[in-house]
Write a protein that binds this ligand. Sequence first.
Ligand code: GLN
Length: 499
Amino acid sequence: MSTASRATGGADLTTRTAAELAEQIHAGEVTSVEVTQAHLDRIAESDGEIHAFLHVAGDKALEAAERVDADLAAGKAPASALAGVPLALKDVFTTTDMPTTCASKILEGWVSPYDATVTTRLRAAGIPILGKTNMDEFAMGSSTENSAYGPTRNPWDTTRIPGGSGGGSAAALAAYQAPLAIGTDTGGSIRQPAAVTATVGTKPTYGTVSRFGLVACASSLDQGGPCGRTVLDTALLHEVIAGHDPRDSTSRKVAVPAVVAAAREGARGDLSGLKVGVVKELHSDSYQPGVLESFDAAVAVLKELGAEVIEVSCPHFEYALSAYYLVMPSEVSSNLARFDAMRYGLRVDDDGRHSAEQVMAATRAAGFGPEVKRRIMIGTYALSAGYYDEYYGQALKVRTLITRDFDQAYQQVDVLVSPTSPFTPWKLGEKVDDPLAMYLSDLCTLPTNLAGHPAMSVPSGLSKDDGMPVGFQIMAPALADDRLYRVGTAYEAARGAIA
Ligand code: GLN
């Protein structure tokens, strides 16, 4: 444990894995109420410093836990493999019993009239929701510093960022405030926070986790996904939230990949027959040396486990950042038009004598933070008449080329690997005035989003240069999410404990 914020004072309920907790709850050795209360206590003692949560829902979580305990006591089968194990939910999924703010002033205090499908699935699975976690405003950012409610701190070193946009969910796991969490990943917001907090996070195949009730950032890229401290816990949660949803028009009518079985198979530690590709373009001298060293060591572990490792080239990945930062803001500029002072949240109308346009402009000026405004402006420009083909159209072509690079690579290998992020967590404040430097931390995660593929970040140890966590990224073709888990548990077991 590197700082007091990760020290829990011993082996109490908060340091156990979700799989262990579920087993103990279902066997009647401990109650869901006790487990939920232990995490609420942990939040109470540590969140003043970490600020992982925007809203804690103690009473509601305990009520949900009581229902699970009552059902089990009555002899009913657990509602799911994770029934009774509490969770932290990113504040971008709607909830009827808690506010949903997306960490924006424009939605301050807003309570949704309906639950997101992910929320509904969690409730149906008997998973108590501890509260809503902090994030970059509307999921734009890589450090959680764009939250309108103040940043989250990294439990490994509270002077550093926890990643973003899902820094709250990742920090809650790393600080033992929650054994499970939900994130969303548009360009890396599940994986980069996982990497810099030594936790696990998966972006599932696009269209396999419902976006209904997930407040839209960039609709063709957004995907909700599971976060945990172990690969198996993440797999268990993946199976709870994934599945077809008729209320999401991009939801795929396919069977959820058997990720739990794959995780258990991987834990046996045999990767013989598996072909792994190291992406040449995602292994650059411009990355932090400690990150590259950790990555090379992880690849050596895969070889020891029997995998065949080759280098592959994805030449268009070089343009992924530019393409993403046109497609993403373009979709943002369109999606965020709904915050017009008429329908949701904030309304700035001093004396009631202004026109609708004036109220709208004043509300958006006051309600959105600088990064959101920057992206709305970039996106509006990229989509404007006369520039559409030159910017947005070009970016879509690059997107196709990147998908083709992946397709060619997957003809040679089963999975691709890279560092999750070129950097370990930096100091709070270090990059806030330099958006481009911030964007560079997503270099390795963006291509998968552009292609709609699944990818996972698994901790690969602490960096030699600053002692901070490093993430190892595993990528797979669409609907082959199970491969991530097989490789993930095999690697995790062989790697051993981090600290
Ligand atoms: N950091 C990236 C961005 O700022 C990714 C965000 C995300 O995945 N939601 O756009």
